[in-house]
Design a protein around this ligand. Structure first.
Ligand SMILES: [Mg+2]
Length: 127
């Protein structure tokens, strides 16, 4: 939580992407939060294109980057948060949640993400 220039409290909020921010209701919520000065991020277990290229290089595979994460990057651009995307590359989100000091995470996965965050004292909203 932080205070804006008017002294109002604002949140640092993360949205999962697949089956969360892809839902129009939640996309509109993210838009609204951004509009009201909250610090909104995308946190996904997807692999970024950079991470993917590194994996390919390490495993000696021919990369196919075309179209990768196109949907996510397009939505992030529409929200104006292209610089606020965390790709956990298959890792669970608790550590990233804590490291980035989020106030809450919206996610459709309870077992893997929101439950461990709640158990650690954070706020994971399962929807
Ligand atoms: Mg999801």
């Amino acid at each position: 939580m932080f205070k804006d220039q008017e002294g109002n409290y604002k949140l640092k909020v993360a949205f999962d992407y697949d089956d969360t921010l892809t839902d129009d209701v939640l996309f509109q919520l993210a838009k609204r939060l951004i509009c009201k000065g909250h610090d909104v991020w995308i946190m996904t277990v997807r692999t970024s294109n950079e991470q993917y290229l590194e994996h390919c290089k390490r495993m000696n595979l021919e990369p196919k980057v075309e179209g990768r994460n196109e949907d996510l990057l397009k939505d992030a651009k529409e929200l104006g948060i292209e610089e606020k995307i965390i790709f956990t590359d298959g890792e669970d989100k608790l550590e990233f949640y804590q490291e980035h000091q989020f106030d809450l995470l919206f996610d459709d996965d309870a077992d893997w993400h929101t439950n461990p965050i709640c158990e650690a004292g954070g706020i994971g909203i399962h929807l």
